[in-house]
Design a protein around this ligand. Structure first.
Ligand code: ARG
Length: 462
């Protein structure tokens, strides 16, 4: 195996050591970031007179050629991507390639690569989150008045609308957007030029490389710059949070597409069949998202465990920060796209959803609220309605079927004017408090959501 070190070693390393320590296959994920970082470093070395302008141009042209060739020409019998690129550069430009590593170490290099990778991934993530939010906003308006049950404790609670429910997911994604934006900023500082842990005696310009690479500024302490992995933990946490919320949407789709609910039908493009039962239409993508959420959570725990009690200074343990990062980023991006596809192509059975609310006693709270508006203390109203519910159950009736005569028989204290609030549609129309599903409140919420969604980035809450 070709290495960037070995001068002090009389014998070759064991084959197992090579295999156990190799990261080239994982590193190929960020081969471009490694090149871009090297170009900035070479330019800066030339500008500072650490190497000549000619040498810097030769190095940059060589790196450019590697970029054009793509990763297929990079050697694989090497430890890592940094070695692969330096070896290939040597093949192209000759001995001057050995000057590229002046005033840097793989320790600042790998930290730079990971931050650049994260930067690009987050831009993609922002875009996917925004697209899914856009769909939720559109469907939130489309289904603003579509009645459906609302649950607490997984028991029928109060009627809501599908638009209201979808908008709840919109706001969850909004928070992920804000978190990811914060992470984007925190991660956007440059470790390059910190060298192994303690800087360098060469007159380098860390501001210049930071600026060229799009970072806000250099990280002020070289030891911190090469030891810190908190930005990866933050990214893994953001990924886990998004997956957790996508798993909740997925669980709803699994549940609601089953015959017991029959609320939604998922399209052919996002479902699969069974090899034995011809009638089956399985929501596999939703199930996989639900299942893979476990792994994305575990990725965060994996790195947090690695970092716990790790002394400052580069430690090889942190080589393994990248597989979880690449894995979580890949999974979360796919999961967002799949949830988008599933929702975009879903057919909602609005009739069945609204019918399912009928007879579930979920307007009982509205009745209690109504009585309270007539001056009855709410606690007492609650008890009177309890009596109405019991009376109905004993007679095999549902609230919507009550008429003045039956109401008088069951609960003589409840006036007949209360009957008007027992219809689910009426129940929703009356709930107009801020954040409630009433049509006017929902309209305001939809406009608020759209205003934020249309602003740059993830906007501000106000
Ligand atoms: N493959 C290593 C990593 O990902 C690169 C840095 C290696 N540095 C070292 N001193 N061995 O962390």
């Amino acid at each position: 195996m070709r290495k960037l070190w070995g001068g002090a070693f009389a014998e070759d390393t064991d084959g197992l050591v090579n295999r156990f320590g190799q990261s080239i296959h994982t590193d190929l994920h960020f081969w471009q970031e490694d090149l871009i970082g090297s170009v900035a470093h070479a330019r800066m070395l030339g500008a500072q007179g650490v190497i000549t302008h000619e040498e810097a141009s030769v190095l940059m042209r060589g790196l450019e050629q590697i970029h054009e060739e793509g990763p297929k020409n990079l050697p694989q019998d090497v430890e890592d991507i940094h070695t692969a690129i330096e070896v290939r550069l040597g093949e192209i430009v000759g001995e001057v390639a050995g000057k590229l590593h002046t005033a840097r170490s793989r320790n600042d290099q790998v930290a730079t690569d990971t931050r650049l990778y994260l930067h690009n991934e987050l831009i993609e993530l922002f875009d996917l989150l925004k697209k899914l939010q856009g769909l939720l906003l559109d469907q939130g308006s489309q289904f603003r008045d579509a009645l459906m049950p609302g649950w607490t404790h997984q028991q029928r609670a109060q009627p809501i609308t599908l638009g209201f429910h979808l908008m709840a997911h919109f706001w969850a994604l909004q928070r992920h957007g804000w978190r990811a934006e914060r992470l984007f900023e925190l991660a956007n500082y440059s470790p390059l030029g910190s060298a192994a842990l303690a800087g360098t005696s060469f007159p380098i310009d860390r501001e210049a490389t930071a600026h060229e690479l799009g970072f806000i500024a250099p990280i002020p302490n070289a030891l911190d710059a090469t030891s810190d992995r908190s930005y990866i933990m933050d990214a893994l946490h953001v990924c886990a949070g998004i997956m957790i919320d996508l798993s909740r949407i997925s669980q709803e789709l699994v549940l609601w597409s089953g015959r017991e609910f029959g609320f939604v039908s998922l399209s052919d493009g996002v479902t699969t069949g069974s090899s034995i039962m011809p009638q089956k239409r399985n929501p596999d993508m939703a199930e996989l998202i639900r299942g893979r959420t476990g792994r994305v959570i575990a990725n965060w725990v994996t790195l947090a465990t690695t970092m716990k009690a790790l002394p400052l200074g580069y430690n090889r343990d942190t080589q393994d920060d990248k597989p979880p990062l690449f894995d979580s980023m890949g999974k979360v991006k796919d999961a967002i796209k799949l949830v988008h596809l599933m929702l975009e192509s879903a057919t909602w059975n609005l009739e069945r959803m609204s019918q399912s609310v009928w007879g579930d006693f979920s307007t009982a709270t509205d009745l209690a609220d109504f009585l309270a508006t007539t001056g009855v203390p709410f606690r007492h109203a609650h008890e009177m309605v309890g009596q109405v519910v019991r009376g109905c159950l004993e007679r095999g009736l549902v609230l919507e079927e009550l008429d003045a005569a039956r109401l008088r028989e069951i609960a003589p204290d409840v006036p007949a004017s209360a009957l008007s609030v027992l219809k689910p549609g009426e129940s929703i129309r009356r709930r107009e408090s801020l954040g409630a599903p009433g049509p006017n409140a929902m309209q305001r919420q939809l406009e608020h959501g759209r205003r934020i969604w249309e602003s740059a980035g993830f906007g501000k809450i106000a």
